[in-house]
Ligand binder design. Structure first.
Ligand SMILES: Cc1cc2nc3c(=O)[nH]c(=O)nc-3n(C[C@H](O)[C@H](O)[C@H](O)COP(=O)(O)OP(=O)(O)OC[C@H]3O[C@@H](n4cnc5c(N)ncnc54)[C@H](O)[C@@H]3O)c2cc1C
Length: 371
């Protein structure tokens, strides 16, 4: 039997869950497909570092990043479940004198765009993060940024979508259904669901599903890894990144340090799984200890990896596909978590016929070759 809804959302990672939630807020009939108990490894929402940072982004993401930073502090209350968001501030540091002026220039551009970020000198940097190595000489600080729990956030968005009437189908979509030159729904096992629109939010799995429907996406799977130490006394308040270092560093509420920065993991493209690489563990750990010497007293407790949809130009693809009936929300290229609340509301608006300006620079149209 074929069931009929307004929108099918394929994938309940943080992006699909947020889109589904915002669609049901607009009273649309929504069916969401994914494995039960999502997020699960190796999805990006499961592996994510949970950094909530609006500074240091590609200008094409500024609109969404700004809107997302307004939403994060209110999200737990709105969803009725804790996302773990804490506005610890985010500090991006430079260690070489020649990097100071380019950072100031970047901050000035972001401030003109309305992003809440400010330049900090050495003294202020020391008071914000006294434990950082003396090599850090200046920085950019965004007070409202911070961290959240990616798995809790994903579950909170999905639960809120379901509570408000979205139907969750605990299995994966096998194929997009085509009819008369458009996508008309999905099949998943014996289930067929017809829909006006299908949103492809299946992260790094998206290219495979699209390709089977004849659409090649400029997106490829990319695996990266994270490290977690054992717990320490409170040492580092802001989340930290550093110019010239592949590093993201934060201390979690329980005292553990979470270390990332895009270090590659090994990917098995056939099975769509990933494996932690020892070289990446060493490199990542060294970068972190160089900037936060207190880490030499810590032990690495866990390591894991996840697979993200990497777009060829490093920013997401959000918008109507070259196949009527299909809407893309993929290619988040290792920084989609912060954007998620704003992506959900903008995509819901777009599917209701509005034209959110924040989505214009991210449209898949940028890859269309002129006829
Ligand atoms: C190691 C790592 C650290 C990161 N750190 C940060 C960070 O600090 N800050 C930040 O902003 N971003 C970060 N990111 C990026 C961010 O986590 C991702 O951009 C975001 O989670 C992408 O969410 P998604 O829903 O698009 O994809 P995913 O989370 O991968 O979800 C895709 C979902 O689709 C489902 N799916 C697949 N195939 C099907 C199918 N056929 N039918 C139905 N469902 C299907 C999967 O099961 C999965 O649940 C990080 C990413 C990684 C990998």
């Amino acid at each position: 039997m074929t069931r009929s809804v307004d929108v099918v959302v394929v994938g309940a990672g943080v992006i699909g869950a947020s889109i589904a939630y915002h669609l049901v807020l607009r009273q649309l009939r929504v069916a969401i497909f994914d494995r039960p108990d999502t997020p699960l490894p190796p999805s990006a929402s499961w592996a994510s570092a949970g950094g909530v940072r609006c500074q240091g982004r590609d200008p094409r993401e500024w609109g969404l990043a700004l809107e997302a930073s307004r939403r994060w502090p209110l999200l737990s209350e709105e969803l009725g479940a804790d996302t773990g968001f804490r506005a610890t501030g985010h500090l991006h540091v430079v260690e070489r004198p020649q990097d100071v002026d380019p950072l100031r220039a970047r901050v000035a551009r972001e401030r003109r765009a309305g992003l809440p970020v400010e330049p900090v000198g050495e003294a202020e940097l020391r008071s914000l993060a006294p434990a950082l190595a003396r090599t850090a000489i200046a920085g950019a600080y965004s007070e409202g940024d911070g961290q959240a729990d990616p798995r809790a956030t994903t579950r909170a968005l999905l639960s809120a979508a379901r509570r408000r009437g979205g139907s969750f189908h605990p299995w994966r979509v096998d194929a997009l259904r085509l009819g008369a030159g458009r996508v008309i729904g999905v099949t998943a096992g014996i289930e067929r669901v017809a829909a006006e629109q299908v949103v492809l939010a299946a992260g790094s799995w998206s290219p495979r599903l699209a390709s089977a429907a004849g659409l090649e996406l400029p997106v490829e799977p990319r695996a990266s890894q994270m490290l977690l130490t054992d717990a320490a006394r409170p040492t580092l308040t802001p989340t930290v990144t550093a110019e010239g270092r592949a590093l993201s560093l934060k201390q979690l509420p329980g005292g553990e340090f979470l270390i990332g920065g895009g270090w590659r993991a090994e990917i098995d493209p056939e099975r769509h799984t990933c494996r932690v690489l020892e070289d990446s563990v060493r490199g990542s750990w060294e970068e972190a200890r160089a900037l936060l010497p207190a880490l030499t007293e810590q032990r690495l407790a866990y390591r894991w990896c996840g697979i993200e949809a990497q777009s060829v130009d490093g920013v997401p693809l959000i918008g109507a596909a070259d196949l009527p009936g299909l809407y893309l929300a993929t290619g988040f290229s290792n920084h989609g978590f912060q954007l998620a609340p704003a992506v959900g509301s903008a995509v819901a608006a777009a599917l209701c016929g509005e034209r959110p300006p924040a989505l214009a620079p991210l449209s898949p149209e940028r890859f269309r070759t002129p006829a």
